[in-house]
Write a protein that binds this ligand. Structure first.
Ligand SMILES: [Zn+2]
Ligand SMILES: [Zn+2]
Length: 174
């Protein structure tokens, strides 16, 4: 994602805006993979202040993920607000000042976008807040079935009384 800033460089203080929409290939981050189920959307405003560019905006998309509890695929939206600075400097100098470098009349946003994704894109999640997960014994999806492992064990006739006694005991201990 590249912005030509030739006109802004001549007009310090002028605020411009750009909208990007880009299909993203999966990004392998080592610990996990980002798989995009929607285009990546980047909205920025930027202005030159005589020394560098202040670039702020919103980065958003939707990821295809596997639920950490039941492993089902689900879609997870995310949206990141950011504010970064680009300066005309070498990569090392820019890094020291916690900025991104730019050369000539071009702002290359790719590295900033990758950094924002690494820091902010969700790495894991649940298919729904109350996902019941899989049965640890038989592997059944407890959201859709109740396997026999999880059915309450058969009680003797006095079970309810025993439970009540246990309940009272618990209360005493609190
Ligand atoms: Zn789940
Ligand atoms: Zn089971």
């Amino acid at each position: 994602m590249i912005v030509n800033v030739a006109s802004e460089l001549k007009l310090a203080g002028k605020t411009s805006g750009r909208h990007f929409e880009e299909e993203m290939a999966p990004i392998d981050l080592g610990t996990h993979k980002l798989v995009f189920s929607m285009p990546l959307i980047l909205d920025i405003t930027y202005a030159y202040d005589g020394e560098g560019f202040n670039v702020s905006g919103v980065l958003s998309s939707e990821l295809l993920m596997n639920c950490t509890k039941c492993n089902k695929e689900f879609h997870q939206e995310f949206s990141v607000d950011f504010s970064e600075r680009f300066i005309k400097a070498s990569e090392e100098e820019a890094e020291e000042l916690d900025c991104y470098p730019f050369t000539g009349e071009i702002l290359d946003l790719d590295r900033m976008v990758l950094d924002l994704l690494i820091l902010n894109a969700p790495a894991y999640g649940l298919c729904k807040p109350d996902c019941k997960g899989l049965c640890p014994k038989c592997g059944a999806d407890l959201n859709t079935t109740q396997c026999s492992c999880t059915k309450p064990s058969v009680h003797s006739g006095f079970a309810p009384l025993e439970e009540l006694a246990q309940l009272l005991k618990d209360e005493e201990e609190v």
